[in-house]
Design a protein around this ligand. Sequence first.
Ligand code: ADP
Length: 196
Amino acid sequence: MTRLLLIGPPGSGKGTQAARLSARLGIPAISTGDIFRDNVRGGTELGVLAKSFMDRGEYVPDSVTNDLVRDRLAAADADSGFLLDGYPRTAEQVRTLDEFLATRGHSLDAVVQLTADEDETVSRLLRRAAEQGRTDDTEDVIRHRLEVYARETAPLIDVYASRGVVVSIDGLGSMDEVTDRIVDALGGLGIDGKAA
Ligand code: ADP
């Protein structure tokens, strides 16, 4: 049973690595950004609400995000472990996740921090904007997302570090190189996807 978080700035490659790790470790990747985008595409009430925040580079309110994640983690496939990508992003979300896990007698096995400097993340995001046209990938919104990340989310890494569960991974390099680094680091903690 493996319970992991992936944390890092926008453009650090979390989504890409989450999909790869999910396949390697045999646990579902749960991406709040993907869930919100699916809802935007589907035109749901949640999607309309989420879009109004996402398009400005703001976080969706904690109450909404926490309810969504609680429901998702309660689904049967998350019983055998999960990899959270893009959640928690605020201190309040950390509290909610802690409580959810504690009431079930669970805790996180590792928090994988992906690092990448700002020039690299901005250029990756601008490239993706040109290729895929995500509505929150304009230059002004990207800069704002990075500011919000620095203010709200980066401090959470210290919270998890004080619990001794953070592994810090250099996010620069090819996708394969970064995956190998994460898999090696997790293997060093005895997390290899083979354990039941
Ligand atoms: P990125 O990591 O590149 O910012 P994501 O796909 O993870 O992209 O998230 C896209 C947007 O979805 C965020 O900018 C935010 O508006 C919203 N979002 C995703 N996860 C959360 C969260 N945990 N709390 C609040 N808002 C979130």
